[in-house]
Design a protein around this ligand. Structure first.
Ligand SMILES: C[S@@+](CC[C@H](N)C(=O)[O-])C[C@H]1O[C@@H](n2cnc3c(N)ncnc32)[C@H](O)[C@@H]1O
Length: 237
């Protein structure tokens, strides 16, 4: 897989191999030190794709968690190499792979889904990202139980996370993080009401990210992603 970056606009193309055809001409080879020109004389840089470059080509199933929210989970919990993480539900496996990328090489993610097709999709995407060694996909309901113990983070992106509180409390280390990913206020209220004494009251966040148009003029985009979810963060105490 090669990443082609149009040097004038920053537009990116993910190519399985070269030559690769773009609307700005055919890119035949990598040139010298990755600097080349297309058949239409447009300047390209050819390089190795990084994790973020691959997101767009990941196979999608259920609604995947948004990188802006997952990035904030990393920032607010300090998740990093060596961490053990439980993730549910797998869905498209994006959150599981995002966390696997950050906990490698010494940590591991265990991702549960009740639907076997999502377990397969998560695995397929882990292979696509080259992260299979750092994430295990399991078929099962976290409402019924969590096998892992002494984990640092339990991340729940599913409809009724309060049904997994008891199992999350058993799985987490003291001081470990419970993070809920919830689209609606109704779910946030219920999540609050049902929280047990095993956990601190939730910190509640909404991550607002506004992209700016940067062409001949500089101004905020007038459309964009407004609401994704509320992030609820608590500690096992
Ligand atoms: C919105 S998707 C998760 C998306 C995922 N976080 C991602 O980034 O790709 C919700 C998933 O939760 C799964 N699910 C629902 N109830 C579950 C349970 N009790 N245990 C495990 N997974 C469950 C569903 O099958 C669905 O795939």
């Amino acid at each position: 897989m090669r990443l082609l970056i149009h040097r004038k606009t920053g537009k990116k193309y993910l190519a399985k191999s070269l030559p690769y055809n773009t609307e700005m001409g055919l890119v035949r080879d990598e040139g010298e030190c990755g600097r080349t020109f297309s058949s239409k004389g447009e300047p390209f840089t050819v390089t190795e794709p990084r994790f973020v470059d691959l997101w767009a080509k990941m196979r999608r199933g259920p609604q995947w968690a948004h990188p802006k929210d997952l990035s904030m989970v990393v920032g607010l919990t300090g998740l990093g190499p060596g961490w053990r993480v439980v993730d549910a539900g797998t869905g498209s496996g994006f959150a599981a792979n995002f966390f696997a990328y950050h906990v490698r090489p010494s940590g591991h993610v265990y991702s549960y889904d009740v639907r076997p097709q999502n377990v397969r999709l998560g695995q397929e995407n882990a292979e696509f990202f080259g992260l299979s060694d750092y994430v295990t996909f399991k078929e099962g309901s976290v409402y019924e139980g969590i096998d892992e113990k002494a984990v640092d983070l339990v991340f729940l992106d599913l409809p009724e996370p309060w049904r997994a509180y008891e199992h999350a409390a058993e799985a987490l280390k003291t001081g470990g993080f419970l993070v809920l990913y919830l689209p609606t206020v109704d779910q946030v209220l219920r999540a609050k009401q049902e929280l047990t004494e095993d956990f601190t009251p939730f910190e509640v966040y909404e991550v607002l990210l506004r992209r700016w148009k940067n062409t001949d003029i500089l101004r905020p985009e007038n459309t964009g992603l407004l609401h994704t979810v509320f992030l609820l963060i608590s500690r096992r105490v």
